[in-house]
Ligand binder design. Structure first.
Ligand code: CO
Length: 260
């Protein structure tokens, strides 16, 4: 087994050559300063890379990732990233991005022990407990998982709004828009959960609106995509019991945003 990972260095050299060929001087310009407009707080899942999904280059997005895209009030790591991005880099958008089929959310939903991360995932279990009545009404585990992935984004977006970092920025009149999005592993598309907040006066209404939409969907949106893909002849989704961490990750075809 190669242990020096030469192949990764070769890929890196190739990538740098291609970027420089397409945009001469790209790296030396970035050397002077970074001016990202976006702060991405997402899941550490290898299938959800911020820059690639957004089609953005180095320098465009400031990134913080952890298991299950959790924003915890006492997490100095996330808070430091937010403070630096907002106070020093003046990012204008803070985007909390979850994804369907999240392994961390799955573990929290089913009380599955994964190790030390159980303690971290307690925060997602808090979300589950808060919305237990709604989740219990859903007809099956796949829909409960999809809904909990959305609810987790909603609650972590709310947490982001309530941090001293964002509150202080708003109180001094700085433009920071908080967003809550969810990503489909099955189709590569982002969806806006409409938890879009520009100031303290908008938090409650945005939360209520986004929550009502989640209740209305009932965890069905990602599943509807799977059903349409199955009808189109794509591989059917793996049964939930066989692939709990990727229950919604089967290939699927969904209409492009704005399509009928
Ligand atoms: Co995840």
């Amino acid at each position: 087994m190669p242990y020096r990972l030469h192949d990764l260095f070769e890929r890196n050299r190739q990538w740098a050559r291609e970027v420089e060929a397409e945009r001469p001087g790209f790296f030396t310009k970035l050397l002077a300063q970074q001016e990202p407009q976006y702060l991405w707080i997402g899941c550490a899942d290898s299938r959800v890379p911020a820059n690639e999904i957004l089609g953005l280059l180095p320098g465009d997005v400031f990134v913080h990732r952890n298991v299950a895209n959790v924003v915890v009030h006492s997490d100095l790591n996330a808070l430091s990233v937010m403070q630096y991005a907002i106070d020093q880099l003046h990012v204008r958008h803070l985007i909390v991005v979850g994804h369907y089929g999240c392994g961390g959310v799955t573990a929290a939903l089913h009380d599955r022990r994964v190790g030390l991360a159980d303690n971290w995932l307690r925060h997602v279990k808090d979300v589950r407990h808060k919305h237990r009545a709604f989740l219990d009404r859903l007809p099956d585990d796949a829909r409960r998982l999809a809904a909990l992935c959305e609810l987790n984004v909603l609650e972590q977006s709310l947490n982001a709004c309530e941090t001293t970092v964002v509150q202080d920025a708003w109180s001094r009149g700085q433009v920071v828009v908080v967003h809550g999005w969810v990503y489909g592993l099955h189709n590569g598309l982002l969806e806006d959960l409409e938890m879009t907040v520009r100031g303290p006066g908008e938090v409650a209404a945005a939360y209520d609106r986004a929550l009502a939409a989640i209740h209305l969907r009932g965890g069905a949106s990602a599943l509807a995509a799977q059903a349409s893909a199955a009808q189109a002849g794509a591989a059917p989704a793996a049964p939930f019991s066989e692939a709990p961490c990727a229950a919604l990750a089967a290939p699927a075809v969904r209409p492009a945003p704005g399509a009928a």
